[in-house]
Design a protein around this ligand. Structure first.
Ligand code: ZN
Length: 241
């Protein structure tokens, strides 16, 4: 992946170029729901040709980005009140908020419904209680999935060190010393998407870049990874908000 940027008026729009041997002909420009711009180019294309192609679509790209921005502003105004729905492991569950002075604040997922008990009906309180619940679940579920995914990688002798880290635009990362960081928001995505992110980051333990060998390994470990990634990219804006 090569990082580039496009100057459009006063706006500097970063984008990432991925060379793919499987596509032929023209470059394909994708504006992802996260606001990331990705350019898929046939391996025979030069950077100059890519810059020219992206430049021609500058107006279209910036239009897309401002729409995403507007929608993002809309999505962020969640109220954390009864009737709202929230995701867990790819499933949507309706929220029921109850106030009680005598009970301990709690979050429970019962019969397909989130039941939250708070001292007072305050969206910030519900939000922080809920975030703590998601984080705790992420810790448990990621540990289980890591065990399973690592078991399918004979070249790994143990589960590497890992931690939860909230990130705005990334699901995971792998440090040069081999420590994985996993975004707790990923717990809202379907298990297949979680496994994809884990597999991707684990493959970085062998290849610390996105070179050819990295993708060969990823293809071997999870042949259907690219369709799962598209699914996750489509949900990203919603899950990360
Ligand atoms: Zn990577």
């Amino acid at each position: 992946m090569i990082a580039q940027s496009l100057q459009y008026g006063a706006l500097k729009i970063p984008y990432q170029v991925t060379f793919q041997s499987t596509i032929s002909g023209k470059i394909a420009i994708h504006v992802l729901p996260t606001g990331m711009v990705r350019v898929d180019a046939p391996t025979s294309t030069s950077l100059a040709e890519i810059k020219q192609g992206v430049g021609k679509r500058a107006k279209w790209i910036s239009g897309h980005l401002s729409k995403i921005h507007e929608r993002g502003v809309h999505i962020l105004t969640r109220e954390y009140v009864s009737g709202e729905s929230h995701l867990y492991l790819g499933r949507r569950h309706v929220l029921k908020v109850r106030t009680s002075q005598s009970e301990e604040p709690s979050v429970k997922l019962r019969q397909g419904r989130f039941e939250i008990v708070v001292a007072q009906q305050d969206p910030h309180e519900v939000h922080s209680l809920f975030s703590a619940w998601y984080r705790a679940k992420a810790g448990l579920v990621f540990a289980q999935r890591l065990d399973l995914v690592v078991a399918g990688m004979p070249w790994l002798t143990a589960v590497p060190r890992w931690r939860l880290l909230s990130m705005k635009r990334q699901w995971g990362s792998c440090s040069p010393t081999g420590v994985l960081s996993l975004n707790p928001h990923l717990i809202k995505a379907p298990p297949a998407c979680i496994d994809y992110v884990l597999t991707h980051e684990l493959c970085h333990l062998k290849h610390h870049n996105h070179g050819k060998q990295f993708y060969q390994l990823l293809d071997r470990q999870l042949p259907e990874w690219s369709s799962i990634k598209l699914r996750l990219d489509d949900m990203a804006e919603y899950l990360l908000s």
